[in-house]
Design a binder for this molecule. Structure first.
Ligand code: ADP
Ligand code: MN
Ligand code: MN
Ligand code: MN
Length: 367
């Protein structure tokens, strides 16, 4: 790929091989006030055994839409450690929650409430699998590989496509897949999507809070890999208006009882509960999701809840194989590609397994 803005990573390589004199580099990452990801790095004198060994840190929240300038310090509390696929060795990525100076969770920290819910329902062993769709743009904000001033041929050959003109940036996708595996993210697959230059990666099944953690790190790795290729990643749910598919984050769900023979009964019960809170769910299923949930392009309208076996035009789909066996999982097709995964897995757990007194997923969005 030729580009005017790419930094010269071939020169970087020889420096990455230099010994670090025992130091460990910890890249602290967090979700910012616009659902983007930020990071900064810290030198540690030795490798931590767990997050408890990692120091709390802080940053200027007024520069990330997370705090006013007059009280700008936001605290970073380490919650999970991953291996660093860019720096290798003992170097790590540290996923953090953001906390305010007054001891309350930062407004971009939806993980805290979600973790309380998951903890309260730990005995149910809720699993999630998220299918993250995304779109590639070049440095000039043009969909990658699309003809200048025009459009590619209509959708059809691109989904799971093979060959020049059918897929774009397979190198980025492949690099991201390897980087995620190395980091320790539970990435379960990838495929090219219906719209040209749109791809999907799947993460899961992950139990409880780990879903949001692995997805957040996987997104970070994607931005970071794409940066080296001079390509931008968009998580917008309808990046191109018209006859082009939008981008979602289908969320697959099961509990221990759904995964046992006879589990269909529990799947149906869960779907009944979901149908009664449709609008509360839609409210946390991503910004601009109304542009995507139109009832066309393999979506159900946001206006009403629906479900069905093998139906990709429904809000919730029971996979054919699950209906046949009588147990397994279901797929919530409503979440948009730009969701906060803690909000989505949180409200699903709340609806299906029950609310708890001190964690209200919807309320924290409206504060
Ligand atoms: P689709 O046919 O909708 O494109 P994918 O194969 O892309 O499905 O994604 C399926 C997702 O379902 C994966 O993320 C996988 O981890 C997840 N999954 C599989 N089994 C379960 C389960 N029992 N509970 C929750 N998620 C599951
Ligand atoms: Mn999929
Ligand atoms: Mn898909
Ligand atoms: Mn799906």
């Amino acid at each position: 790929m030729s580009s005017t803005v790419i930094s010269n990573t071939t020169n970087l390589e020889k420096y990455l091989r230099l010994p670090q004199n025992g130091a460990v580099l910890a890249e602290y990452i967090w979700v910012d006030g616009s659902n983007g990801i930020r990071s900064k790095c810290k030198t540690l004198s030795k490798a931590p055994k767990s997050v408890e060994d990692l120091p709390e840190w802080n940053f200027d929240g007024s520069s990330t839409d997370q705090a006013p300038g007059s009280d700008s310090d936001v605290y970073l509390r380490p919650v999970a450690i991953y291996k660093d696929p860019f720096r290798l060795g003992e170097n790590i990525i540290v996923l953090c929650e953001c906390w305010n100076n007054d001891g309350t969770p930062n407004r971009a920290n939806y993980r805290h409430e979600c973790a309380k819910l998951m903890e309260a329902h730990a005995a149910e062993h809720i699993w999630f699998g998220i299918e993250q769709e995304y779109t590639l743009f070049d440095e000039f904000d043009h969909v990658y590989g699309w003809p200048k001033g025009g459009f590619p041929a209509p959708q059809g050959p691109y989904y799971c496509g093979v060959g020049t003109g059918k897929v774009f940036c397979r190198d980025i996708v492949e690099a991201h897949y390897r980087a995620s595996l190395y980091a320790g993210v539970n990435i379960s697959g990838i495929n090219a999507e219906v719209m040209p230059s749109q791809w999907e990666f799947q993460v899961g099944p992950c139990e409880g809070i780990k879903m949001g953690d692995d997805l957040t790190v996987c997104r970070y790795l994607l931005h970071r890999v794409a940066e080296e290729f001079g390509v931008k990643i968009s998580f917008h749910p309808k990046p191109l208006a018209g006859e082009w598919n939008g981008a979602g984050c289908h969320t697959n769900v099961s509990t221990e009882s759904m995964r046992q023979p006879g589990g269909m009964k529990y799947i149906e019960e869960a779907i009944q509960k979901l149908s009664k809170r449709h609008h509360e769910h839609i409210a946390v299923y991503g910004e601009d999701n109304d542009q995507r949930l139109t009832g066309r392009h393999e979506t159900a309208s946001a206006a009403a809840f629906s479900y069905g076996v093998a139906n990709r035009g429904a809000s919730v789909r029971i996979p054919r194989s699950v209906a046949k066996e009588g147990y397994g999982y279901f797929e919530d097709r409503r979440p948009a590609s730009n969701i906060d995964p803690y909000l989505v897995t949180g409200i699903i757990a709340e609806t299906i397994l029950g609310s708890i007194p001190d964690a209200d997923i919807v309320k924290q969005v409206n504060h």
